[in-house]
Design a protein around this ligand. Structure first.
Ligand code: 1CP
Length: 346
């Protein structure tokens, strides 16, 4: 029953570029600090530990579905969870993000990246199973970090603005870089497969920081590894979403890597993004998350702009251009979901 409902959901239909009763909506980082109920259940539990507790993961993943009525859930986890699971010494520090104890710099560091097996992440399998049972007709999106973005954390040792050490490896030792992203691609593929086999009905590959690269370098040094991730999950037939921030110049390549849906940030209007991506792909996006701090009338006006630019698209999933900011008023998100549904009802 609910399998059919999931298959026919507005979200999956839009990803497949089929007609929809209304434009589906979900938000990157919809689960998290913008919700008081999230802050409450996370109290005293470190981020990475919370990702290993299936009941807690289930509760946190469901919170935004209950509160906002979004059209898809995104699995509560983090892009560094598979790296932690294979023994990389890292932590997620409050207010900072992922921090790696000993950054990767040399060929010897490759030995720290073994393949991931489902037995490394039993809590993921269990949480996805619990979730698909609870979600009914609402699809669950699984996700993973793309090789470039994961490599940037491993090499820089944490969040970075300019990726200078990462680029030093790319340009200074391209063979080491190629071997590193090839290993990360295998880990990412395995992590996505665990989620799909346990019941996730779409996947998103986050290459959040790929926009730091020029198109020619993206094509040469990053696209092959991300393409191998997409190819490795093609057999499941679930929609594959590809997203990065500041990727206006890379949109065509993000599609070319093997995505069915290309995520767009707020810098490029969706009609222009569609020209850059070309036919045969759906688009996801792209309201600036900062707009949610403006008065409700302004949010509606900016939303209308996004919907107008999306009018001729083959398939559109409404989202923000990046994650929900922690200080966002949750009611603004709930209203945004209602507004998009209302304005696009056919
Ligand atoms: O204690 C906390 O609440 C820590 C904040 C937090 C949360 C809620 C982090 C630390 N990660 C997460 C969960 C998370 N991370 C989700 C599931 C929640 C949801 O989307 O509803 C997802 C999809 C991610 C993915 C993620 N982690 C990305 C890609 C998405 C993006 O925003 O571009 C990235 C780059 C990370 C690394 C990371 N983890 C956490 C932070 C603060 C960061 C970014 C650090 C940086 O700026 O480099």
């Amino acid at each position: 029953m609910s399998e059919d409902a999931v298959h026919d959901s507005a979200f999956l239909r839009a990803c497949r570029r089929e007609p929809v009763p209304y434009t589906p909506v979900w938000f990157m980082r919809q689960a998290g600090r913008s919700l008081p109920e999230y802050r409450k259940v996370r109290e005293g539990i470190p981020m990475l530990e919370s990702c290993t507790r299936p009941e807690l993961v289930t509760e946190i993943t469901l919170q935004p579905v209950r509160r906002h009525g979004v059209d898809a859930a995104i699995f509560f986890s983090d892009i560094v969870v598979p790296l932690k699971a294979i023994g990389v010494d890292l932590d997620i520090k409050p207010g900072i993000g992922p921090v790696v104890a000993e950054p990767f710099r040399t060929r010897a560091d490759l030995a720290r990246l073994r393949d991931l097996t489902p037995e490394d992440v039993p809590y993921v399998t269990e949480a996805v199973r619990l979730l698909t049972a609870e979600l009914g007709g609402t699809p669950l999106i699984g996700f993973a970090g793309a090789p470039f973005t994961l490599a940037s954390y491993l090499i820089e040792g944490g969040p970075s603005r300019s990726y200078e050490r990462t680029k030093a490896m790319i340009y200074g030792d391209p063979q080491l870089w190629a071997d590193l992203v090839e290993r990360l691609a295998r880990i990412t593929s395995a992590f996505l497969k665990v989620q799909i086999e346990a019941g996730a009905s779409a996947v998103q590959l986050f290459d959040s920081w790929a926009g730091a690269l020029a198109p020619a370098d993206y094509r040469r040094y990053v696209l092959p590894a991300s393409a191998s991730v997409f190819a490795s999950v093609a057999e499941y037939g679930v929609p594959r979403i590809h997203f990065g921030v500041g990727t206006g110049e890379l949109l065509g390549l993000l599609g070319e890597a093997g995505a069915d849906v290309v995520g767009v940030d707020w810098r490029v209007p969706l009609d222009e993004a569609a020209r850059r991506v070309g036919p045969g792909k759906a688009l996801q996006g792209n309201l600036d998350p900062a707009v949610l701090f403006a008065p409700r009338e302004a949010v509606r006006a900016k939303t209308d702009e996004v919907l107008a630019a999306a009018r001729g698209l083959e398939g559109h999933v409404f989202n923000l251009g990046h994650g929900v900011m922690p200080a966002t008023d949750p009611d603004a998100l709930t209203h945004l979901v209602e507004y998009v549904h209302e304005r696009t009802a056919r």
